[in-house]
Design a protein around this ligand. Structure first.
Ligand SMILES: Nc1ncnc2c1ncn2[C@@H]1O[C@H](COP(=O)(O)OP(=O)(O)OP(=O)(O)O)[C@@H](O)[C@H]1O
Length: 391
């Protein structure tokens, strides 16, 4: 029926809603045993992509498969994939346990599983309480419990941290890590990089329905060169010493400091010492992932001419620090701006095919798949109830 791999493959996925291109030629793979963050600002196309993966929206073009099959062909999908989508609705007068019992019966799952999942999500003590009195965070946990009922191989979560307090977010992070340790697969969307940064093995960053970056976060971080800001007693003497040491990317800033690109603070301090130049301050810049994320995804509303929230967002006051220009790729303009060092992953420019992480095969459609045969899942059939509604 399916290949049992737990792999998610999205290839050249496109969704057009009338004049709106919600998702455009999107491709990525989520390997079993890993957590992939699916990131993008509001309206980037995350929910639409997840709904296509779950058979709730029919793609205009392209393929989304789990275990090598489109959702409709999974047989008993609730046993393969559990999903939490936005806007979950619950019967307010039903208790948490009764809610789960209804779904357990529909999925042909034994009743004992209900108490197991309640404990798993930390709702054991609230099992007999009516859902109408639940907080947003408790509802998120109940939605997750529903997704876990079928003991699925794959979890697909759309903004699951919404409504969770910091303790809840930390709990979710641990839970997802443990879930993948047994070789299972997690795809989790968020519009906040910081929310998933500590959880994910790789990220797919999208903007305006297109892939902007696909790969490990660490590669994205490393693709940005570090800079050292140094305050020497004699800037000119230090510039020549640095140049003699082969450091050619040195900039004299208006405040008298030097910005040395592609070096670490220790190297610069050693060179200053050897050149007998006193140093009054030295500081190595950290690559700010949040800033990179903003850069990769900025321009969404500006480009679409539809910003409902006023002018495009600016970096916070004080960023970048006074007195120097950001190095290439650090700020100011949307999109990738610099060639990457050898061996580093490129950020994918709009309209280009997405990057495939090193060592992974290019994504290919499953054998025998024909897009014409892709049918939308009728509501309430095939165990998809509880996955968050229909297109
Ligand atoms: N059923 C629909 N009909 C028309 N346009 C739609 C429909 N669903 C989504 N869109 C549009 O597609 C684009 C992508 O929306 P989508 O909800 O997938 O983004 P998102 O990244 O999940 O955003 P958010 O984080 O705000 O939920 C948006 O411009 C949205 O208005």
């Amino acid at each position: 029926m399916h290949d049992g791999s737990g792999r998610i493959v999205v290839q050249n996925l496109t969704k057009q809603f009338g004049p709106v291109t919600a998702v455009q030629n999107l491709s990525f793979t989520v390997e079993p045993g890993s957590v992939t963050g699916f990131l993008g600002p509001n309206g980037a196309g995350k929910t639409t992509t997840l709904r296509m993966l779950l058979g709730l929206v029919r793609p205009t073009a392209g393929v989304a498969t789990i275990n090598g099959r489109p959702f409709e062909q999974l047989g008993n999908p609730a046993r393969v994939v559990g999903a939490v989508l936005e806007a979950q609705s619950f019967h307010p007068k039903r208790t948490a346990r009764n809610h789960l019992l209804v779904y357990a019966a529909a999925m042909d799952v034994p009743d004992e599983r209900v108490d197991q999942v309640l404990t798993l999500v930390g709702l054991g003590g609230a099992a007999t309480r009516k859902v109408g009195g639940f907080s947003l965070g408790m509802r998120q946990r109940l939605a997750l419990a529903t997704a876990l009922l079928g003991d699925p191989q794959v979890l697909v979560l759309d903004e699951p941290a919404n409504g969770l307090d910091p303790e809840g977010i930390a709990w979710l992070r641990n839970f997802l890590r443990q879930f993948t340790q047994s070789g299972r697969t997690v795809l989790v969307s968020s519009h906040l990089l910081a929310e998933v940064e500590q959880t994910v093995d790789q990220v797919v960053i999208i903007s305006r329905g297109q892939t902007m970056y696909y790969g490990p976060l660490e590669n994205l971080r490393q693709s940005q060169q570090t800079r050292v800001l140094v305050q020497p007693a004699d800037p000119h003497a230090l510039v020549s010493a640095l140049q003699q040491a082969g450091m050619s990317q040195v900039e004299l800033l208006p405040d008298g400091r030097l910005a040395v690109t592609g070096a670490d603070s220790r190297q610069v301090a050693d060179i200053a010492l050897q050149a007998n130049v006193a140093v009054y301050g030295i500081q190595q810049e950290q690559v700010d992932l949040e800033q990179l994320f903003f850069q990769l995804t900025s321009g969404q509303y500006a480009a679409a001419g539809m910003n409902p929230y006023g002018p495009p967002q600016q970096p916070p006051a004080g960023y970048p620090p006074q007195g120097y220009q950001p190095p290439p790729g650090y700020g100011g303009q949307a999109g990738p701006q610099q060639p990457y060092p050898p061996g580093q992953p490129p950020v994918v420019p709009p309209g280009q095919p997405p990057m495939v992480p090193p060592g992974q095969p290019p994504v290919t459609p499953p054998p025998g798949y024909e897009q014409q045969g892709y049918q939308q899942q009728p509501p309430g059939q095939g165990g998809s109830s509880g996955f968050g509604g229909n297109a």
